[in-house]
Design a protein around this ligand. Structure first.
Ligand code: SF4
Length: 325
């Protein structure tokens, strides 16, 4: 098998690299292929990116022989140190056979749930990946709206959106997507797209836009923490069954939530809203965060103080105002 790239944290969990960190991944993150056919403005693997080839977002990806990687991941799963494997397949001519081979190799070695983020075009391909052993299929929208997609990515938002919905309808409980906050969308646009995903049973992995040196958007700023917290809160409330009618917006910004304050605080007090979201057991430590910087996604449970702080940062939980907007 070819070389596989494991995220530095994954390589550490499987015993192939030493990394100094306070939180390790609970999912094995694997990147297959290099130099994407597409040209996303934010991505280190984009066609015209001059970023280091071993980067995706902030994370470095050391290489390992594929067979050795499969064995190490399976052993870590059996030891209880990993709960999922995630294949991020860079779009190229070889991405389909690469995806199929990698899914099969992981599925034959252990029962680890595998999700695949690969450039597929049809539901039949999604079905085939499932038949080869994939547990979930991720079709990344990245951008909340067609207009933002057009500014930052190649391809067609609408086609991805329709495929994602078809996969969710025909393979219930197996569809995931990624949405990146801070590409220029309003909070209202982002929350309405999340709402439609939640309604269809699609798991949403929220990301914060992260500038990476060498990419087209290297100089652009990441989203304000207040903006990110408000989107996290809305996502969590929608997932918890709240009606979208509770959200109040002014000029696209979430300015309030029509729920009794006590109820809202109780829902948010455990801090789950601010943990990494997406497929089950996906925690992506330090994918968007610098150690010591803003913790957009907590890769672990929050302390009571951290949960209070996150609520405060949102600026919309009354009595805890004082947020960064
Ligand atoms: S949500 Fe996590 S596990 Fe699922 S596809 Fe995205 S990165 Fe992979």
């Amino acid at each position: 098998m070819n070389l596989w790239k494991l995220s530095a944290g994954t390589a550490c969990v499987v015993g192939k690299k030493h990394v100094r960190t306070d939180v390790l991944p609970t999912t094995a993150y694997i990147m297959l292929g290099a130099k994407c056919r597409h040209n996303c403005r934010f991505c280190a693997q984009a066609r015209s990116s001059a970023a280091r080839a071993d980067l995706l977002s902030r994370v470095t990806w050391p290489e390992l022989d594929g067979t050795e990687a499969v064995q190490a991941i399976s052993a870590a799963f059996q030891a209880g140190n990993l709960k999922r494997a995630c294949l991020q397949v860079v779009h190229s001519e070889a991405s389909w056979p690469t995806s199929v081979r990698a899914v099969e190799a992981l599925a034959q070695a252990s029962d680890i749930p595998v999700c695949v983020a690969s450039a597929i075009d049809t539901v039949e391909q999604a079905r085939e990946l499932v038949s080869r052993g994939a547990e979930r299929i991720c079709i990344a929208l990245d951008a909340a709206t067609p207009a933002i997609f057009h500014q930052v990515k190649d391809g067609h938002w609408q086609r991805r959106w329709e495929l994602l919905h078809q996969v969710a309808a025909e393979l219930p409980g197996r569809a995931s997507t990624h949405l990146i906050v801070g590409l220029g969308e309003t909070e209202e646009e982002m929350i309405k797209t999340i709402e439609q995903c939640v309604n269809k049973g699609i798991a949403v992995g929220l990301f914060a836009f992260t500038p990476v040196r060498g990419t087209a958007w290297a100089e652009r700023r990441p989203p304000a923490i207040g903006q990110y917290r408000r989107v996290q809160i809305a996502h969590f409330l929608l997932q918890s069954g709240c009606s979208p009618d509770v959200f109040r917006y002014r000029q696209g910004t979430l300015t309030g939530i029509n729920l009794p304050l006590g109820e809202l605080k109780q829902l948010l007090s455990a801090g789950t809203a601010f943990e990494t979201s997406g497929c089950p057991d996906c925690n992506r430590p330090y994918y968007n965060e610098r150690p010591g910087g803003s913790m957009y996604n907590y890769p672990r449970r929050l302390s009571r103080t951290e949960a209070e702080q996150a609520m405060k940062e949102s600026g919309i939980v009354a009595g805890l105002a004082g947020a960064a907007r």
